[in-house]
Design a protein around this ligand. Structure first.
Ligand SMILES: [Zn+2]
Length: 1034
């Protein structure tokens, strides 16, 4: 639930800021600015700076708390999705993960809210659309977002009390941080082992090789900032008193930065904060900004990492080069560097992509590639993964010559223009989480002494940049200044080691043995009793009445409907294509989306569809390279994307639909180009371009194990559901483990065999352009409708004339029997996919009902209640997994249990097995129901971005009327309904779970116990696959 995140993943992209919709009754910008003049005192705070940002229709006010010195930044904007965040500077003193463990334990109970885990309990007493706590490399922050004013006040109080007055009990430290405990706490003869939520979370994190590369790189270049998340081998050094001291030192108002955003009044926020902060004596904060190593000479570091068993064993190195590029406090220069580094590394036409990836030296960029602006120094890295041992030298050489070459030849100004166009579009693109994006974009700089007011600039930065661009070789000069031959560079490489995993296990065993040898017999007895005490505490029933809450009445009865119009356009006399229109203010943008039905596509081609969709935006055409096409796409549109979509019919879970989706958006004036480019991708893509196909396959296959690990519970659930419905089976082959393994196999083909893949892709293309039905959705402003209609007709006619595309017939669904699917009901099946993870992931699924069936609502509420009242405590608190729960997917009709980063799958499966019976026996209260409903409606009523409006009916075939009915059903679900569906679907004769677990297989997962064990590494299956494809293409 609480995520520890790494900076680098958030800082990509040129600008984090985007625009949101307006509503009524909000003071004008001019009034707001006048209300908050510098020097003015408001409720215990003094305004230090105020800035109006007219292009984003907002006013930013920076204040300081007079007594404690706490900083506050308020961004007033007419947006009802209000955001709150309190953040503290937390420089990690060592690699024990103390900032991360503190982040967890503050949320275990506080003075005013003295209950176990009030933060988690607030999840279902609120209508917040975002709640989390996150540890970054040198600060920790606690943000939430909600549109409800009472909710905002409730959550703010809980967040302030949790951070400033946590109980930080010793037992919380043992539960969240680390402890030594019997494998089964009730059985004194079972062996001792390390446990703890953060301990296991970080073990899981470290088995993600991308994360491992990133964090080892970070530790080497930035030793002054220790690993804030915690390295499992150091976590067990942390003591309880160190945790308390760290809190006392850092979680103090004088060390805090508070951020508020939205249309709730600033004065209200300040009153509450003043009340809280005035209870603290002022003190001198530790705001020390840490710096990376100094780089006067080139430095080389090589570390060992694990082998990815799903990728080519001969290409497992990751290597990168890093330069420092001046201070981040210069916001303008940082912007210029973002543009420059994006030109160097982003997209098919960028020189480093062509030199490193397209040339096949590496499979994809290394996880640290790009400009990191989250520290006081701009850090630029370029690297690749999937490198063969004998190519390591070549990587460095290639990067150097490419930079020199780019400097000599000069940059293409058209590409600069394309980047500015992208930035401009992203500003106009209305998103629902604008406030959260703003917070993410500002916080790290704010802690590194960058003035947040400078970071909010927009127009000034762009116009200054355009001026500077007129100077000769303006951007090229930065290359010379920071990146050419003579500049010192930091080279970081991670090499595969077959014994890496083993050495971790050995290290853990030794660490445990050493600790235990230091304990007296009495201390060991204490370990046993602490384990039992923890268990007892976890089982205690609690009185939660001290926690604030919203109520069922706070959930609106009526769905916010999205008004849609439907027309058809005539492509040819007999071809009518249905178009769904959403007409709404869009800041002058048009959003286009089309679905092309693939439900009659031959079954053997299904598994190629994800590759086919990728090819459309990666291969180029016979007359135009992908590099040129992509530049044009960036210059004229906000991007074009493709994907494959499976859905169940809302009236019948055995009926399904499969389609190819293509979407994109542009300024209204560029829609003609948007449609022309989409047509080119659809009609002219050159699937025989093996020079592009090879790197694409490599890229898709690379990091397969990481890809699965980071979302293991979803893969497990997907695999489990694949035997229950036809759409489940399709999902597995298109996006599950089956797909990952398939791509890994294709990646092993030699050049001649690549043409066999091309042939399959061309078959799909021919199918798409000849026999399939199409439907279109458009979102645009009123004044763009007429022109768009004309352009759509031209687009459809061209497609139809060219390739005989026929009428849009997406309404009917295919049935399960269309590809001989039989649902595996009536008997439980259990599959274990062996994968080299230190922790496992499990999924167990049961068939539910179609969307329109009333039982679906009850199952959805039941899943939520089981998660909060039973599975969380059994799987996470007692079992030590990072996460565990149940969910019901209303659209696909599948009830699924899961566990995430789970050290104890046996316990999880036992827990799941008992869940249905538990749900029937448990004495539920109406309050339990209310909580479940609140948490379900957080998702249903979360604010939507403009581009998503009307997409539920368009993509899922679920109309607003169906949604309104379901809404009423959900609100009226009673306790009898809950017991009824638990009995009907989760227990008794009808129960037939499909179970899938990913991870190292334990001894008990064997045939005798009913398990099918699948070896999931790629070796061995490669030859079979080739035979398979050879035989069926002849
Ligand atoms: Zn965590």
């Amino acid at each position: 639930m609480y995520s520890h995140f790494t900076q680098a993943r958030l800082i990509r992209g040129i600008h984090p800021v985007q625009l949101v919709c307006s509503s009524r009754q909000f003071a004008s910008l001019a009034t707001l600015e006048k209300n908050y003049l510098p020097g003015q005192q408001i409720n215990g705070f003094t305004v230090t700076k105020t800035k109006t940002i007219p292009e984003l229709e907002m006013v930013a006010v920076h204040l300081k708390h007079d007594y404690s010195g706490a900083e506050h930044l308020h961004v007033a904007k007419d947006d009802d999705n209000n955001v709150f965040s309190i953040a503290f500077k937390t420089n990690p003193p060592d690699a024990t993960g103390v900032p991360h463990i503190l982040e967890h334990t503050t949320l275990c109970g506080s003075e005013r809210y003295n209950v176990r885990d009030p933060f988690f309990k607030m999840l279902n007493r609120s209508l917040a659309n975002f709640m989390n706590a996150m540890t970054a490399s040198d600060y920790t922050f606690y943000p939430f977002a909600t549109t409800n004013k009472v909710d905002f006040g409730n959550l703010r109080n809980v967040y302030l009390d949790a951070t400033l007055h946590p109980l930080l009990k010793n037992l919380d430290f043992a539960q969240e941080g680390w402890r030594i405990e019997h494998a089964d706490p009730r059985d004194e003869t079972s062996p001792f082992e390390f446990k703890g939520v953060v301990y296991n979370e970080m073990k899981g994190q470290m088995s993600d090789t991308s994360y491992l590369f990133y964090i080892r790189f970070q530790e080497s270049i930035y030793p002054s900032l220790n690993n804030s998340g915690g390295d499992p081998s150091n976590i067990t050094d942390l003591t309880y008193s160190q945790l308390q001291e760290f809190h006392a030192k850092n979680y103090h108002p004088s060390n805090a930065k508070v951020f508020t955003y939205g249309n709730f009044p600033l004065e209200d926020h300040l009153t509450e904060l003043d009340h809280e902060f005035s209870r603290f004596e002022p003190k001198k904060p530790d705001l020390e900004v840490k710096y990376p190593i100094s780089l006067s000479d080139t430095i080389r570091v090589v570390e060992e990492g694990p082998i990815d068993p799903l990728s080519d064993p001969s290409r497992q190195h990751k290597t990168s080069m890093t330069w420092f590029m001046g201070p981040t406090t210069d916001v303008y220069e940082t912007f210029c560097l973002r543009v420059l580094t994006s030109l160097l590394t982003d997209g098919h036409s960028s020189p480093l992509y062509q030199a490193l990836i397209e040339s096949d030296i590496g499979t994809e960029f290394s996880p640290n590639t790009g400009l990191d602006t989250s520290s006081p120094v701009n850090i630029f890295s370029v690297g690749v993964q999937g490198v063969a041992t004998n190519n390591l030298q070549l990587v460095e050489q290639t990067i150097r010559t490419t930079l020199q070459q780019t400097f000599d030849d000069g940059l293409d100004l058209n590409r600069v223009e394309a980047i500015l166009h992208q930035t401009e579009l992203s500003r106009k693109h209305k998103v629902a989480n604008f406030g959260m994006n703003l917070l993410y974009g500002l916080t790290s700089g704010w802690f590194n002494k960058v003035d947040p007011m400078d970071m909010l600039e927009w127009n000034n930065i762009i116009s200054r940049f355009r001026e500077d661009l007129k100077k000769p070789r303006f951007l090229e000069n930065y290359i010379e200044c920071f990146l050419l031959q003579d500049k010192p560079v930091f080279c970081f490489t991670m090499s595969p080691s077959a014994s890496y995993g083993e050495s971790l296990v050995l290290n853990e065993q030794e660490r445990l043995a050493k600790k235990l040898s230091e304990y007296s017999a009495q201390e060991k007895d204490e370990l046993t009793s602490v384990g039992l005490e923890l268990l007892k505490k976890q089982e205690e029933k609690e009185d939660l009445s001290c926690l604030p809450t919203l109520h069922i009445q706070d959930i609106p009865r009526e769905l916010k409907r999205v008004e849609l119009d439907h027309t058809t356009i005539s492509a040819l006399p007999d071809a009518k294509i249905p178009v769904q229109w959403r007409i709404t203010p869009t800041n002058g943008l048009t959003y286009f989306r089309s679905l092309i039905s693939l439900k009659d596509l031959p079954k053997d081609l299904h598994i190629y569809l994800p590759l086919f969709a990728e090819c459309l935006t990666n291969m180029g055409t016979h007359s135009q390279s992908m590099a040129d096409l992509e530049d044009e796409i960036k210059l004229k549109t906000g991007g074009i994307s493709t994907g494959v979509q499976v859905r169940s019919d809302p009236n019948d879970i055995d009926a399904w639909n499969l389609s190819l989706g293509i979407s994109g958006y542009s300024l209204d004036k560029d829609v003609s180009d948007l449609l022309r480019l989409i047509r080119i991708l659809l009609v002219e893509t050159n699937f025989e371009n093996t020079e592009k196909l090879r790197p694409l396959l490599r890229q898709m296959a690379s990091g397969a194990a990481d890809q699965i690990a980071s979302n293991g519970h979803a893969y497990a659930r997907n695999a489990a559901a694949s035997t229950l419905t036809a759409s489940g089976s399709l999902s597995e082959s298109l996006s599950g483990i089956e797909q990952v393994q398939f791509i890994a196999r294709l990646d092993g083909y030699d050049d001649a065999s690549l043409l066999l893949i091309s042939a399959k892709l061309r078959q799909i293309s021919e199918f798409v352009l000849s026999t399939s039905g199409m439907q279109i959705a458009v979102i645009c402003g009123e004044n763009a409708v007429r022109e768009n209609e004309l352009l759509l007709t031209r687009f459809a006619t061209e497609l139809a004339t060219l390739k005989e595309i026929t009428a849009g017939n997406l309404v009917g669904s295919a049935t399960a029997n269309q590809f001989n699917f039989t649902s595996n009901t009536g008997k439980t099946s259990k599959t274990w996919y062996t994968m080299p993870f230190q922790v496992s992931y499990s999924g167990a699924c049961v068939r539910g009902v179609p969307y329109t069936n009333k039982d679906g609502s009850s199952l959805q509420v039941l899943a939520n209640m089981l998660s909060h009242k039973y599975l969380h405590s059994e799987i996470r608190e007692k079992g030590g997994a990072y996460g565990g729960g149940a969910s019901y997917n209303g659209a696909s009709g599948i009830f699924g249990y899961y566990s995430y980063r789970d050290p104890n799958p046996e316990n999880t499966l036992r827990t799941i097995d008992r869940a249905g019976e538990w749900a029937i026996q448990n004495s539920w209260t109406t309050r339990d129901l209310e909580e479940a409903k609140l948490s379900i409606f957080q998702g249903i009523d979360a604010p939507q971005s403009v581009e998503s409006e009307g997409m539920i009916p368009f993509l899922n075939g679920i109309s607003d009327d169906m949604r309104q009915t379901r809404r009423e059903q959900l609100l009226s679900v009673g306790l009898d309904d809950i017991r009824g569906v638990a009995e009907k679907y989760l227990t008794g004769g009808l129960r037939s779970y499909q179970v899938a677990v990913l991870g190292e297989a334990p001894e008990w997962a064997n045939e005798t116990n009913g398990w099918t064990v699948v070896n999931s590494s790629v070796e061995g299956s490669m030859e079979d696959a080739k035979r398979e494809i050879l035989s069926d293409s002849m």
